[in-house]
Write a protein that binds this ligand. Structure first.
Ligand code: MTE
Ligand code: QUE
Ligand code: MOS
Length: 784
């Protein structure tokens, strides 16, 4: 065998190297294919869904006969046409795809029209004769609490005696605040394309984070075994949690149309329909009471977290659990009670959204730290530091997990310094003294976010790796790509293990027939789980190739070394692709699967105790804002972030996640306001009334850094940490900075009541309230 060139010792795109997203150039050029870009077959049917106009009503009449005879209509699908089970819920079996006797939210699907064109389907849907008998509708959390309306029983975590500790504390404060929901506003709305096959088989392209669940739901809906249904997703135009469960409804409808007609069928929601029909982040009403000493150290804390779940369970159990698990954030609360109410309302069923309840839970202690600091006339950062988890004591969470990897103190200290926190805080206070209308505010908030699905069984993943005879490699795994860079990270892992350039590694669409029984790509664990599964597969092939090389060249296995794009075997060196070809000629299998399950985690869902998380991801942010006290207008002007990604798999991707997460969190807490009228109808269902951050809202000063001492103490994939969700919560600093700016109006004597999102309207109200309050806020000093 001839000697290959030995020129290059650097391989492109291995781990820890900033490597561009595999789709970036294609996305910019418009060449990346989404489901709606797949060339349409001549006989493709287009689907439109007719929606309920009432939040809660009995369906007295649903007559679709005029729809059936409308021009272009090929089929009309109602609950009666479902051959299997009329449900596409993830867990509880309570999400009918088509309404039966009653409707439980405005926008609920009544029936679907399949026509030659979307325009025809939409026009025909209007011809249905529908009569409702309206029933009393519960819309808000407060209404649900009054009516005892819950989708699930209330839950509680309790350690020590919080009531007593609060009573005995020198100071105590109570706060109530509302936290709004959030629409996912992915660029690509929900979409599914179903292609009928032989024997009743069904192939579905679905924009989903959970292809396996779509497969199960389509199979159940059509009364088919799972093996008859294949689901594929190459990429989503954003998911953010919104495509974890509810994409199944649309996949099921497209599949039913294909099943009934034998023709391919597509359903694609436009923006308004997507916003009206599908679930969002849970909004919460939160009450917190804390007792504390002169230093602001909390001795007792009581949280009541009540969320709007909507009409069905969806993932509300896990979401509200995660809210409870993050009500501590980075702080040790010795005596603590966390109560969670899961309210049933006649609104769309709320679902996963980046952070998965964590952001809502975490806002509670972060608001309280500032309220306490204001009350004690201290720097909020000092109060925070007085409450941080310790390294060896004061380090057990309310759910009995020991915080072993606490780097919050270091991250906070580094950021405080690099962002010039105290100097800027002083300068802002000086500015506010002389500026009558414009007021500035600043805040530093930390994040500690638990990594792993709290539903422990989901912490598993599989991968499939092929090497072809030309030395090119194909990797497939159970994770889905929604823009977060999972595919490139997993390809980097394979390139690293096999020591080959990333260009040799083909990343292929996620399909249920390649890797079965997958978990949703969620809980930020996509790279942790699928990266490990891919590593396992690559190591298996490497081991096989090593054994073959040793045998073939008559050396020991320890004399076989994988060098960049080549393999050293004894004294010889052969190109990777030549070794592969040789292995094939000698009948060595060049395909392997890999499997991974997260170790160490265990947790008792009944008592809320154990180790639900493999580890924590940390970060901290300083945000500086300016508000106009005459108009309520506001702007985040400067942001400094220090975020822990462990040993980052791909610093370029991770910085993108940090920036995107912060900005999305900023939108949630400042401009994005969902408004349901008193009949429960969503009035903000388009960008005209629902404001996500624009490019111009990106802070002019935006310093982001990955914590360079970061290294996962656990054996995660190349010591990296999950990064998808945690940075979202860094935006809490923007909200608190706004509150700080408002507080300046009272010369920092009062801390404002401010609900999220801090829209100009709310800021204006808060400013007015605080300026007119002549009395200090109502607080009770404990009798000593
Ligand atoms: N980034 C982009 N660009 N698009 C997305 O839809 N989803 C977020 C986060 N980052 C999302 C994203 C959410 S909700 C999660 S759980 C993680 O990515 C999922 O991907 P990962 O586990 O591979 O990080
Ligand atoms: C974080 C998450 C998820 C979670 C738990 C977390 C998540 C998710 C589920 C889940 C739970 C039970 C199921 C299921 C999904 O749990 O995204 O299908 O049966 O989907 O801590 O992000
Ligand atoms: Mo992310 S909310 O776990 O999809």
């Amino acid at each position: 065998m001839r000697n290959p060139p030995l020129s290059r010792d650097k391989i492109r795109g291995t781990v820890h190297v900033p490597t561009p997203h595999d789709s970036a150039a294609k996305q910019v050029a418009g060449e990346a294919l989404y489901i709606d870009d797949i060339p349409e077959a001549k006989d493709l049917l287009h689907l439109y869904i007719a929606q309920s106009e009432k939040a809660h009503a009995r369906l007295v009449k649903l007559d679709v006969s005029k729809v059936r005879t409308a021009p272009g209509v090929v089929a009309v699908l109602t609950a009666e046409d479902v051959p299997g089970v009329n449900d596409a819920a993830p867990i509880a079996g309570d999400d009918p795809v088509f309404a039966e006797d009653t409707v439980e939210y405005g926008g609920q699907s009544l029936f679907a029209v399949a026509a030659e064109s979307l325009e025809q389907a939409r026009a025909a849907a209007k011809l249905a004769e529908i009569e409702y008998e309206e029933l009393p509708a519960i819309i808000t959390v407060e209404q649900a609490l009054t009516a005892n309306s819950f989708v699930l029983p209330s839950r509680e975590i309790r350690r020590g005696d919080a009531t007593k500790a609060i009573k005995n504390a020198k100071h105590r404060l109570t706060r109530r605040f509302e936290v709004g929901g959030q629409d996912h506003f992915y660029l690509e709305g929900h979409v599914a394309l179903a292609l009928p096959g032989e024997d009743g088989d069904m192939f579905v392209h679905s924009s989903t984070q959970h292809p396996t669940e779509v497969q199960h739901n389509v199979a159940k809906f059509l009364d088919l075994p799972d093996h008859a249904v294949t689901v594929e997703i190459r990429r989503m135009g954003g998911g953010f949690g919104g495509k974890e469960t509810q994409g199944a409804w649309f996949a099921a409808i497209a599949a039913l149309a294909a099943h009934k007609t034998g023709r391919p069928a597509k359903i694609r929601l436009d923006r308004d329909d997507d916003m009206i029909m599908t679930g969002k982040r849970h909004d919460f009403v939160i009450t917190v009471e804390m007792g504390f000493d002169d230093k602001g150290r909390v001795s007792g804390a009581e949280f009541i977290l009540a969320s709007r779940c909507g009409r069905s369970v969806d993932l509300s159990a896990s979401i509200n659990d995660r809210a409870m698990f993050h009500a501590d954030n980075c702080y040790y609360f010795e005596n603590v009670t966390i109560i969670s109410h899961r309210c049933k309302t006649h609104t769309v069923s709320n679902t996963a959204f980046r952070g998965f309840g964590g952001p809502q839970g975490m806002l509670a202690p972060e608001r309280m730290m500032d309220a306490i600091a204001s009350y004690l006339k201290k720097d909020p950062l000092e109060v925070r530091k007085n409450n941080l988890y310790g390294k060896t004591n004061r380090n057990v969470t309310p759910y009995q997990m020991t915080v072993e990897d606490n780097i919050a103190p270091e991250i906070i200290a580094d950021l405080e310094k690099s962002a010039n926190y105290s100097t800027r805080r002083d300068a802002i206070r000086a500015f506010n003294k002389t500026s009558p209308y414009l007021k500035k505010g600043i805040s530093l908030t930390p994040v500690k976010f638990g990594i792993s699905f709290t539903a422990s069984h989901l912490n598993q993943a599989g991968a499939l790796l092929h090497i072809y005879t030309d030395g090119s490699v194909m990797i497939n795994h159970g994770g889905t790509e929604m823009g977060q860079g999972l595919y490139i990270k997993v390809a980097q892992v394979v390139a690293e293990v096999l020591q080959i350039d990333i260009e040799r590694v083909k990343i292929t669409a996620t399909r249920t027939d390649k890797v079965p029984n997958t978990s949703p790509t969620a809980a930020s664990s996509g790279a942790d789980l699928n990266g490990k599964a891919a590593e396992t597969a690559a190591l298996a092939l490497k081991k096989r190739l090593t054994a073959f090389a040793a045998y073939n060249y008559g050396v020991t296995e320890s004399e076989v070394t994988f060098l960049p794009n080549r393999v050293k075997i004894g004294k010889q060196t052969v190109a990777f692709k030549d070794l592969i070809h040789l292995a094939y000629m000698n009948r060595v299998s060049l395909s392997a699967t890999g499997f991974y399950r997260t170790p160490k985690i265990h947790y008792d869902a009944e008592t809320y105790s154990g180790r639900p998380f493999y580890y924590f991801a940390y970060g901290a942010a300083v945000s500086e804002v300016i508000i106009d006290t005459l108009t309520g207008e506001n702007k985040v002007v400067a942001v400094d972030i220090l975020h822990d990604a462990g040993k980052s798999l791909n610093p370029a991707i991770d910085l993108g996640q940090i920036e995107g997460g912060y900005i999305q969190g900023m939108g949630w807490l400042t401009t994005e306001e969902l408004f349901f009228d008193d009949k429960g109808i969503l009035k903000t269902h388009a960008p005209s009334t629902y404001k996500i951050p624009a490019c111009s809202d990106r802070p002019a000063i935006f310093n982001m850094k990955i914590y360079d001492r970061g290294e996962n103490v656990e054996e995660t994939i190349f010591k990296s940490k999950a990064v998808g969700e945690p940075p979202f919560m860094l935006a809490i600093s923007a909200f608190n900075a706004i509150a700080d700016a408002i507080s300046s109006v009272s010369d920092y004597q009062l801390y404002p009541d401010l609900d999220a999102p801090a829209t100009p309207e709310r800021i204006l109200f808060a400013v007015q309230k605080i300026s007119s309050a002549s009395q200090p806020e109502k607080v009770t000093e404990a009798a000593q």
